[in-house]
Design a protein around this ligand. Sequence first.
Ligand code: BEZ
Ligand code: FE
Length: 289
Amino acid sequence: MRDLTSDTITEAVISTMRDTKDSRLAKILESLVRHLHSFVSDVALTEEEWAQGVDFLTRTGQMCTPTRQEFILLSDVLGVTMLVDALSNRRPAETTQNSVLGPYFREDRPQHDDAADISGGLPGTPLFFEGRVVNRAGAPVADAAVDVWHSDADGHYDMEVPGQVDPAMRALFRTDETGHFGFRSIRPSSYPIPGDGPVGEFMSATGRSLMRPAHVHLLIEAPGFQRVTTMLFPSDDQYLDTDPVFGVKESLVESYDTYAADAGPCRGLTDVPYTLLRHTFILEPRPAD
Ligand code: BEZ
Ligand code: FE
């Protein structure tokens, strides 16, 4: 292996990995080297651009902490997170589709009974959520674990709200024998993904918006069914078609119906206008191992 040229270096590098025992790893690494070399040749990457790329990736790693994962954010804005999800979770179109998990899920969330108020007393338009979990035949899925989390009216999650120490706008519920779960909270708002790191530089250099459409996150798990990591977006949100993390699917766009305090299914439960969000989640059985 001497005197390698731009025409011979790719095969030379690949040949050094021929003793890789794990066949899947061997396949991934060969493809990675081929695509990487092909990309470098395709754009005729200069030494200065190579150094800029190394600096960008270095700073992306340096930005990571236990609560800030800049590499996952980079994967999100490059569409890699949703591509991996699409390849890993092919489900019939009539079942509930996945979206991104995002960085704001917390393991230390409280478990609540049906109809609990999870707003933590934070200000905002009251939101009533009525959910149902069923299988593809429409039969209820009882005792499913349903995690919900969302932002406040300013687009902040609980850990970002000044002075908010206890978990709020997040909880774990269990469906009843009819597959129902429900809660009261406040209506979430659209918000920007973190823009103060290398991903923010990338978004600004490419003229992209940081704003995610408003949403309520849900993570649903039930024995024998595929896990669903999803979210519901309001149909009137202005950012639906420019989501920076490519998480919007038509089937996840819902009408967030707004009623006067003395009207609609939840009349009398508030003395201000409220929003009612209803959705049926359809689970797909887990393939047999
Ligand atoms: C979120 O919806 O919480 C989110 C998803 C991806 C990146 C940043 C935030
Ligand atoms: Fe979110």
